[in-house]
Structure formats: structure tokens, C-alpha cells
Design a protein around this ligand. Structure first.
Ligand code: ADP
Ligand code: MG
Length: 609
């Protein structure tokens, strides 16, 4: 197949509409290390798409070679190949754009005295000559699809096409706040976005959101920052009071890549529960990062679609994180309205910025087993502190030591009898918190606790198993025996004391103290069963799988009666978790009903109280 034809076909994949060319060219500028990127568009991109950068530029040979398919300079190693799979570097963007437009490239490296001009018309080279030009690169693609009439007629109205261009521009601007961006349409400046130079990623993002979307939104941002071993999320959501009647200001990124995924957009929305009016859309810019092996990014031409190996878990996590962020933000005006003259609203950014900068985590997010910063406090205290992080911090944004003077807010709002625990139908644990009522699901809560306990054990090695009085010999089927052998080293890290006997039998001499005691045989069989299920259904591997399996199969079941001491210990341990709000499968571990909510339901106006 002639190269030009191949390019034209490939172009259909990469360049669907003007905004796809905009995206590819901006990404190239970013890859080239640009600090300033200008995007110039005419007639919504069908007449001209031009991107000018101050990046590394290209040598003469490269300026021609970059239009060859698979000309990418980015594949140098096997790891690069993995990145390519996940980020979609394919080395065919320029070739594709050039196949369906008239391209003019001007480029110069700083070290070269003179630059290079290359013109390509419908995929064939028409000019290469030296040219005087600033260091960096400018690529102009004119008359997109001039030689593919079918494709050209498929374009939507200029307004729609321009909206796609703006979407692409906004998403790249948000994910690269350290780079300055300009957008011009029909010679008019649409956006001028100075580079943000704040110290932390979240602060840079805040600055960028402000210049891109305005002060009103910037005043209504709520920080989101959560990290677990599987997934981390950071960014902003808007306060419920700020919303739009149409979707649009919604940006979800996975491993730095802008993606579209209705399912997770729904997770975010449901994190607002009833706080948003019917038909209203919040703003969000959330960056998810996780091991690329747990996520499939399908780089479809117009949008990147993502699929996680544990969709439900991620859904629940996102919802819980948003809920938590908003829950805390909502509390603040409530306190400010009330009789708390001396109460300063502590900057929420403090702890989050530290968290994103890799500093110490805010109190209450110490890893499970890492020693509770709340030792000696009742669960009620714990929950209240967690739900009101404004109180975790002193004026410098530092974390109050657990023994410190309670803030004025705490003494004022402290309620008699707090810390009482109540088990409802042997399934749910009820307790009073400052803002109202908290209901924990004993099973989900315990799953979370065991899961993090297990991950922690994997990291921190051996503990003392609880030695069985009567070691148990157990025979397994050959498949289970093989599996058991495979995960034995990990089981040992979890303090299972197991020795292999001859044949397919093992001797269990000890089990972890922290998990369900009783029938060791069915416990082990249950765990093996769950490991198999997780492999098949969730494609979970290794430790993540085992941690979840142990959690799933050894957690307190619904219907199990708990003593007050057991409930207290469970809630205590839950709040020592990194991510207390959802079980590893994404179900919530707790639900909070605020006094406001109760008052509303009982038809009690605010002033009656
Ligand atoms: P890819 O970005 O996947 O490598 P492209 O077709 O987009 O493929 O670009 C091909 C190559 O051209 C890049 O790998 C890079 O070496 C070079 N290139 C493209 N745009 C620029 C630019 N703005 N500045 C410097 N080099 C560039
Ligand atoms: Mg590229």
C-alpha cells in the first residue's frame, strides 16, 4: 500500500475533527518541554489549526522525518512501550495530520543558528528550506480534510467544532498548569493563561482553574486529596452552591490523561447526594492515579475511554472521597453562622497541600496499624475530628496533638453522652457525632480494617501468629493446594503459620490474631475461593487480591452480635484506616445524617433550634 494512502487511512483514526489536531499538536508541544504554548484557530479549525511552542525544536533531518509514520522519538525501551500502551504515544499524529491537510512546520533548536521550514501537501513533501525562526516549533495545519470530502462534510457546525477545540484546550491546560497557554480564534484572544508557579500541584491547579474558569468558581472550590495503595485522587470539586445547568465544566483525568467516563462522573455526582438541585451540574477537576496495570485506557480518537479492573471499587472510592470533601466543606458555614466568635476557619489547603507534596498525612489518615494519633479518644471524638478537619488543624495548619486543648468549637458543641454506641439489628453501629448521627455498616467497616491491616502487614513483615492449641492438618484438592503453595509466602506475612506436609496436606499451627478465629479449614478454603473469584472477575493480582480476599472472608458478618467493646474497637480501627469511608469493594462503610437533615425532615426551621 502506498505510504500516502496508508497515512490517509490512519488519519481517519487519529484526526477525526479539528479538535483532534489541536490535541495532538498541543501534546507534542508539551512533550517538547514547552513553557509557553499558543493555539491559533480559524473557522473553528477547519481553515487553520496552528500550535506554536518554545520547546526543544527539531534538527533539520528530524523536521522531515517527523512526518513519517511511526517517526516517534519516544520509544527507547521496554518501559516506554508500556507507557505507549497506556498513554497512546503512537508516533503517527503528525503523519496523519499531514495526510489530510496542508502543513507548514517551522522549527529551530536553540543551539542551531538557523531553523527549518517544511511544507507538506496532502502527505507529500513540497518544500524544505532553511528559515529564520524563534527557537521552538510552530506547526500550522490548513484546510483540514480538503482532500477527504466525505470527512469534511461530516464536520458539525462551527460552534460545535469550536466547542470541541475549547474542551481539548481546557483539559490540557488543566493538566499542565505549569505551562502558559494562549488560545486565539479568528485573531481574537479567547484565553490567556499564565503559567502557575505555586509550590504544590493543588495550588497550581487552583490558580489555573481561576484563570481558565473565573473567580466565582475559584471561590467555590473544595479540595480533594486522598491516597490509598491502589488509587489516589486529587483535585477540586465545586461547592453545591455553585453549579451549572449544563454539563461542561467537568474534567476527569486518569494518570494525567483526560478521559470521559459517565460511570465515574455519576460517582462524583452521587457524592453530592441531595446537596445539588435537580438537573444541576457541579464543576470538578479530579486527577486519579493508579498503577497502569489496573487500568485500560482506550485511546479512541475523539475521547479516551477508561476501564478499571475494579470498576465498582473505584466508583465507591470516588463517591466516598467526594462525599467526605463536601461533608467537611459544608460544616464550615454552619459553624461560622453560629456563636463562635473566636473560631478561625483553618485553611483546609494546609493538610492537603502537605499530603500532595508527600509530607505527613493529616491526622486520622495515619496508616492502619501505624499507631492511632487518637489513642484514648472515644469513637465519637474520632468521627467528629474526621468530619471536621477544620478542627484538626491549628492556625498554622499544623495538626493538633491528640492531647491538646480542645478548640472552642469542640467545647461549645460537645454533647453529653457522646461516644455511646448502639448496634441496630446486629448489622449497623450507630453513634453520635458532632454534626449529627453516624451509622457504620459493621461488615463493610471490618472489611476495610482487615484489608488495610493486610496491606500493612505485607509492607511491614511478620507478626506473631496466635499459636493454635491443636494444630490442624488439612487436605486440599490439588488445584487448591497449588494455589495455597503459590500464596504461602504472603499468607506467612499475614501471620498464618502453615507448614507443608507430604501429599496435598498442610499443618496449620497458627493464625493471625486479628481475624476471625474458629474453623481454620473453612477460613482457608474461603480465602482460596475468594482469591480465585477475584482473579477471574476482577483480574486482581497478588497482594491486592489476597488482602481483599482475607478481608472479604474473615470480616464480621451482618447478623453477628457485638459487645460494646468490640464495636468501639472496630470504629476505632476504622478511623485509623487510610480510607475509612468505603470498603475495598467500594461500598460505603458509614453514612452520616446531619442534624440539619433531621431538622429538615421534621419540618423544623433553623431558627427554632
Ligand atoms: P509522537 O508524539 O507519538 O512521537 P508525533 O507524530 O506526534 O508522534 O510526533 C513525531 C515526532 O516529532 C515526535 O516524537 C517528536 O520527536 C517530533 N515532534 C513533534 N512535534 C514536536 C514539537 N512541537 N517540538 C519538538 N519535536 C516535535
Ligand atoms: Mg504526538
Amino acid at each position: 500500500m502506498p505510504e500516502a494512502l496508508a497515512n490517509k487511512i490512519a488519519a481517519g483514526e487519529v484526526v477525526q475533527r479539528p479538535s483532534s489536531a489541536v490535541k495532538e499538536l498541543i501534546e507534542n508541544a508539551i512533550d517538547a518541554g514547552a513553557t509557553e504554548v499558543s493555539v491559533i484557530v480559524k473557522s473553528a479549525g477547519s481553515e487553520l489549526v496552528q500550535v506554536v511552542d518554545d520547546g526543544c525544536g527539531m534538527a533539520r533531518e528530524d523536521a522531515v522525518a517527523c512526518f513519517l509514520r511511526h517517526a516517534t522519538s519516544k520509544i527507547r525501551s521496554i518501559e516506554d512501550l508500556e507507557r505507549i500502551r497506556t498513554l497512546g504515544f503512537r508516533g503517527e499524529a503528525l503523519a496523519s495530520i499531514a495526510a489530510v491537510s496542508q502543513v507548514e512546520l517551522r522549527t529551530r533548536r536553540v543551539e542551531d543558528a538557523v531553523g527549518t521550514l517544511v511544507r507538506i501537501d496532502g502527505g507529500s513533501l513540497s518544500t524544505t528550506e532553511p528559515v529564520a525562526t524563534a527557537p521552538g516549533t510552530s506547526v500550522a495545519a490548513r484546510h483540514l480534510f480538503y482532500n477527504v470530502p466525505a470527512r469534511r462534510s461530516f464536520l458539525k457546525t462551527p460552534a460545535t467544532e469550536f466547542k470541541h477545540v475549547v474542551d481539548v484546550f481546557q483539559s490540557l491546560a488543566l493538566s499542565n498548569p505549569g505551562i502558559g497557554f494562549h488560545l486565539y480564534h479568528q485573531d481574537a484572544e479567547v484565553y490567556r493563561l499564565p503559567a502557575a508557579d505555586a509550590a504544590t500541584p493543588l495550588e497550581r491547579l487552583r490558580f489555573r482553574v481561576q484563570s481558565l474558569l473565573g473567580d466565582e468558581l475559584a471561590d467555590n472550590l473544595v479540595d480533594v486529596a486522598e491516597e490509598t495503595s491502589y488509587l489516589s485522587v486529587q483535585g477540586f470539586v465545586s461547592r453545591p452552591a455553585y453549579h451549572r445547568r449544563s454539563r461542561g465544566e467537568q474534567f476527569l483525568f486518569v494518570n494525567e490523561r483526560y478521559v470521559s467516563n459517565r460511570y465515574f462522573e455519576h460517582a462524583i455526582l452521587s457524592g453530592y447526594s441531595e446537596a445539588l438541585p435537580e438537573g444541576a451540574f457541579p464543576f470538578f477537576a479530579l486527577f486519579l492515579s493508579l498503577d497502569p496495570r489496573h487500568v485500560d485506557v482506550n485511546v479512541h480518537p475523539s475521547k479516551a475511554e477508561v476501564k478499571f479492573d475494579d470498576e465498582r471499587g473505584v466508583y465507591g472510592f470516588i463517591r466516598a472521597v467526594v462525599r467526605k470533601a463536601l461533608g467537611t466543606a459544608d460544616l464550615v458555614p454552619q459553624l461560622e453562622d453560629s456563636y463562635l466568635p473566636g473560631y478561625h476557619r483553618a485553611p483546609g489547603e494546609g493538610a492537603l497541600a502537605r499530603a500532595t507534596a508527600g509530607g505527613p498525612a493529616p491526622a486520622g489518615f495515619a496508616g492502619a496499624g501505624g499507631g492511632s494519633p487518637f489513642h484514648g479518644l472515644t469513637p465519637g471524638d474520632l468521627a467528629e475530628r474526621l468530619y471536621a478537619p477544620g478542627h484538626q488543624e491549628d492556625e498554622e495548619g499544623g495538626i493538633l496533638p491528640s492531647g491538646a486543648e480542645p478548640s472552642s468549637a469542640e467545647t461549645l458543641e460537645g454533647a453529653p453522652g457522646r461516644g455511646l454506641l448502639w448496634q441496630l439489628h446486629d448489622r449497623y453501629i450507630l453513634t453520635q457525632i458532632r454534626s449529627g448521627l453516624m451509622i457504620a455498616d459493621q461488615n463493610a467497616a471490618h472489611e476495610r480494617v482487615i484489608y488495610e491491616w493486610a496491606l500493612n502487614k505485607f509492607e511491614n513483615g511478620l507478626g506473631m501468629p496466635q499459636q493454635l492449641l491443636f494444630p490442624q492438618a488439612i487436605d486440599f484438592s490439588s488445584a487448591d493446594f497449588e494455589l495455597l503453595k503459590e500464596i504461602l509466602p504472603e499468607l506467612r506475612l499475614l501471620s498464618f503459620d502453615i507448614v507443608l506436609l507430604s501429599g496435598r496436606s498442610v499443618l496449620v499451627r497458627g493464625v493471625p490474631q486479628d481475624i476471625r478465629s474458629g474453623d481454620e479449614r473453612s477460613l482457608l478454603e474461603d480465602i482460596l475461593e475468594q482469591v480465585k473469584l477475584n482473579r477471574e472477575r476482577l483480574r486482581l493480582k497478588g497482594r491486592e487480591n489476597l488482602a481483599r480476599s482475607v478481608a472479604r472472608r474473615s470480616a464480621i458478618r451482618p447478623g453477628q452480635k457485638l459487645t460494646e467493646k468490640e464495636m468501639r474497637e472496630l470504629i476505632d480501627r476504622l478511623f485509623e484506616c487510610e480510607m475509612p469511608y468505603a470498603c475495598p469493594n467500594g461500598r460505603p462503610t458509614m453514612v452520616k445524617i446531619s442534624l440539619d437533615e433531621l431538622d429538615r425532615r421534621f419540618g423544623r426551621a433553623r431558627l427554632d433550634r
